[in-house]
Design a protein around this ligand. Structure first.
Ligand code: KIV
Ligand code: ZN
Length: 531
């Protein structure tokens, strides 16, 4: 059974349950609310099915299990774990995800065919998302079936699935381009055949919000099971269309992490959930503070980078460069943020550039425990502007280097690399040895790692102590070819009364040596710090 309580529970609007201290959206949102909105809706995540259909994504079974665990922690109600008939890999992943005994309900996709349903049953699924296309375009050019044949196929498959004890969520594929009378007929016959939820896919992303609202209201007149919606982003409206569907009566939305999915993708989970909460006061089970971490995890495992300007989780979403904005945000984040980054588990980032002012520089340096007087800050601001004007990126390492120079730190190094060796190859565990002089005293250590860089950094940590942590490691290729130059930036911290942060940066042709050099620079800066 699906969670009907949540799917059917509605309450009057105009009283959004927003925490106004954390969300600073326009007051007109509340004024514009009309009609009945639900207090909560269900989130059906299809990252592992529609998301995995994005070109070039092929997740391993263990990666799928990791994502399913993270989706469960995030609080999604349903995880569409795969399309069991599609491949042995999908079946294995679905079985392994079921074995995790997660709180989220696990679902699998199936066409209206016995083979598909049997494959789902063989995986141990008790919930399937069954679909058949219903638009004339699909009937004529893809299925080559009449409408009556589609009805018959759907009913036969649903009855078969029901006889086997499955909960069925049903989709009329390309619903938003299906003749309305036929779509209503499909809704009537599939609910009579026993489906628990009817999902309305905007398969090719061809509808707009007013039309979506109209369509859902029409379908509500004949549908007595909860309606769900599944929107694609071909025209950039997947999230707006999902919201429109909820306004009109839908009680579940299909989403994906980072908006992955066929072609332009599906409605992004983060934007859908935050918008429902901020604009309509509709809540979900989602623990929003897990949004940033799962977004990063999915990006890493799929190899799909998050565009910097992506709402909520893009690296620019909480980045401020101009002096005016930084000053505003430091005084009151609501000046230039719709909500605080902590709400979605990401960090605010003050970025240096030609628009930076004293507030930005002071605030950024304070992250590294560096406190300068006004004249010193002014000197740095001037240098930052000059560097930015000449097209040079001023990242944290550059900024801290400018400050160290002004402070006269690191005139003589306190942490010096004396010896370094790394041993790696096929069927061997990468191992590194370092010898480091700290305040004149020579210390030696060795360690293993997942790769040679990891081994080298672990060896450094073994010498410098367990209170040293590698907070961030960034590697950029500067030139192409096997002799390419690379740039490595690291951020390290040291535990103590107050945690100290430091950065280092190095350029070289050997990734391992360059990683060691940048780490040594960060550590030396940490030890030279005049606390
Ligand atoms: O977009 C779509 O129509 C789908 C179906 C399988 C429901 O993903
Ligand atoms: Zn889809």
């Amino acid at each position: 059974m699906v969670d009907r309580d949540m799917l059917e529970h509605t309450s009057s609007t105009n009283a959004p349950s927003l925490d106004r201290k954390r969300v600073y959206t326009s007051p007109y949102n509340a004024l514009a609310l009309s009609g009945d909105l639900p207090s909560a809706i269900r989130i059906f995540d299809t990252t592992l099915r529609d998301g995995e259909q994005s070109p070039g994504i092929a997740l391993s079974c263990s990666d799928k299990v990791k994502i399913a665990q993270a989706l469960d922690e995030l609080g999604v109600d349903v995880i569409e774990a795969g399309f069991p008939i599609a491949s042995p890999g999908d079946r294995e992943a679905v079985k392994n995800i079921i074995a995790e005994n997660l709180d989220s309900r696990i679902c699998g996709l199936a066409r209206c065919s016995r083979r598909d349903i049997d494959a789902a049953i063989d995986c141990g699924l008790d919930y399937i998302h069954m679909f058949i296309a219903t638009s004339d375009i699909h009937l004529q050019h893809k299925l080559k079936l009449t409408r009556d044949e589609v009805v018959e196929k759907a009913v036969t498959a649903i009855e078969y699935a029901r006889e086997h004890g499955l909960t069925v969520e049903f989709s009329c594929e390309d619903a938003t381009r299906t003749d309305l009378e036929f779509l209503k007929k499909m809704h009537t016959v599939v609910q009579d055949a026993g489906v628990e939820v009817i999902n309305v896919p905007d398969t090719v992303g061809t509808i707009g919000p007013p039309a979506m609202e109209h369509l859902i209201r029409e379908l509500m007149t004949v549908t007595n099971v909860p309606i769900s919606v599944h929107c694609h982003d071909d025209l950039g409206l997947a999230v707006a269309n999902s919201h429109a569907a909820v306004r009109a009566g839908a009680r579940q939305v299909h989403v994906t992490v980072n908006g992955l999915g066929e072609r332009a993708g599906n409605a992004a989970l983060d934007e859908t959930v935050l918008g429902l909460m901020a604009f309509y006061g509709v809540s979900t089970n989602i623990n929003t503070s897990r949004i940033g971490p799962i977004s990063k995890l999915v990006s890493r495992l799929t190899g799909y980078a998050i565009p910097p300007t992506k709402a909520i989780v893009g690296s620019n979403a909480f980045a401020h460069e101009s002096g005016i904005h930084v000053h505003g945000v430091m005084g009151a984040p609501s000046t230039y943020e719709a909500f605080g980054p902590e709400l979605v588990g990401v960090q605010r980032n003050i970025v240096m550039g030609k628009h930076s002012g004293a507030h930005s520089v002071r605030s950024k340096l304070s992250e590294y425990g560096i406190d300068l007087v006004d004249e010193q800050i002014d000197q740095i601001v001037e240098k930052v502007k000059r560097l930015a004007d000449s097209g040079k990126e001023v990242d944290d390492a550059e900024l801290v280097a400018l400050a160290s120079h002004i402070l006269g730190e690191r005139e003589s190094r306190k942490v010096k690399l004396k010896e370094f060796a790394v041993f790696t190859g096929m069927n061997t565990t990468p191992t590194a040895m370092v010898s480091i002089e700290v305040n004149g005293e020579k210390k030696t250590g060795s360690a293993i790692g997942i790769g040679p860089v990891d081994a080298a950094i672990n060896a450094i940590k073994s010498v410098m102590g367990n209170d040293i942590h590698l907070v961030e490691y960034r590697l950029n290729a500067i030139t192409g070819g096997s002799d390419a130059l690379c740039e490595v930036s690291v951020r390290v911290s040291r535990d103590g009364d107050k945690t100290l942060m430091s950065v280092g940066k190095a350029i070289g042709s050997d990734i391992v040596q360059t990683s060691v050099d940048s780490t040594m620079e960060a550590l030396d800066r940490l030890y030279c710090r005049k606390e």
